[in-house]
Design a protein around this ligand. Structure first.
Ligand code: AMP
Ligand code: MN
Ligand code: MN
Ligand code: MN
Length: 296
């Protein structure tokens, strides 16, 4: 039964800002006891086919996913899409647009850092972006390596967040737009790591309401970036907004401060897991048909 399986529904590879290749991610997940793994790279799905192939070998279920960057008011929020058909053109057209913005933003971050007296950042970030998508994470790693800060956490505070020299504002997808792409591609939309957004309780309720009304399905209740208190708070909020609950580590690699892959705390009582209606074979858009033969 799906209820007894171990799920990790939020992870990254080097196709975005993770450290591992898809096959390495899948091997680590399987070794750590994950039975259903979603690959959710930022604004790109290129790692999914490799991850699918590796999952087939490893005997685990791979859920095709993506983590879409969204601008909501002045806030960047992340919407995870699960069980998407990665061949869907509407979704892919949207992701192309986001990656074009991302590319311009990377250049602009580089120019602003030059003005702040830090040369070579765009080259340094690109050298770390193994598959071409440049994230602030890559700038952070460059800045740490160049001695501008002690670690990734402090480098964000010093250079890469609002009000700092390497911060570039801009428009990602709209909330409705991102949810629309995910649903058009046959997937379910999940509000990622809601405790990370630095907004008031009132704004948070507004976000949850708009998310649900736009067709959002679930929020991450258990997340690598949630405390125990966050987990119980968001379990309550999921119930009161009639949203399903998801669970994911947000794993980026073995050597960073995010949580490792593997069993996470169970969803608190009262949550309805997003996988409840999936069934044993995680039915979804057509892209999953190849999996059904190996799922027990
Ligand atoms: P981007 O999508 O390029 O703006 O980069 C966002 C990514 O940077 C997130 O997905 C995290 O992996 C990472 N990140 C964001 N904020 C922080 C932070 N304060 N400390 C460390 N990593 C962060
Ligand atoms: Mn990331
Ligand atoms: Mn995120
Ligand atoms: Mn993530």
């Amino acid at each position: 039964m799906s209820e007894t399986r171990v799920y990790d529904l939020h992870t990254h590879t080097f196709y975005s800002d993770g450290a591992l290749a898809p096959a390495e991610l899948v091997a680590r997940a399987a070794a750590n006891g994950v039975q259903v793994l979603a690959l959710t790279d930022h604004d790109v799905t290129d790692g999914v086919p490799e991850a699918q192939a590796a999952a087939l070998q490893a005997g685990i279920v791979l859920v095709p996913g993506v983590e879409i960057s969204v601008t909501w008011g002045a806030q960047t929020v992340h919407i995870v899409g699960l069980n998407i058909d990665i061949a869907h053109s509407g979704l892919q057209d949207g992701l192309v647009r986001l990656r074009e913005f991302r590319e311009w933003r990377a250049e602009e971050i580089g120019r602003r850092l030059v003005k702040a007296g830090i040369p070579g950042a765009i080259e340094g970030a690109r050298a770390r972006a193994q598959r071409g998508l440049v994230s602030r994470t890559h700038f952070a790693h460059f800045l740490v390596a160049a001695g501008h800060a002690a670690d990734a956490r402090s480098v964000f505070k010093k250079f890469l967040v609002h009000g700092k020299p390497g911060y570039v504002p801009g428009q990602w997808a709209g909330l409705d737009e991102a949810i629309g792409w995910i649903r058009a591609a046959g997937g379910q939309a999940v509000l990622a790591h809601p405790a990370r957004y630095k907004i008031t309780a009132t704004r948070l309720r507004k976000l949850l309401g708009e998310f649900r009304d736009a067709g959002g399905a679930a929020i991450e209740v258990v997340s690598g970036s949630h405390s125990r208190d966050d987990m119980f708070r968001f379990a309550q909020l999921a119930s009161s907004f009639g949203l399903l609950a998801s669970s994911g580590s947000d794993f980026h690699g073995p050597h960073n401060y995010y949580m490792d892959l593997g069993p996470m705390p169970p969803l608190p009582d009262g949550c309805t897991p997003i996988w409840q209606a999936w069934g044993a074979d995680v039915p979804a858009a057509g892209s999953l048909s190849a999996q059904t033969s190996v799922i027990v």
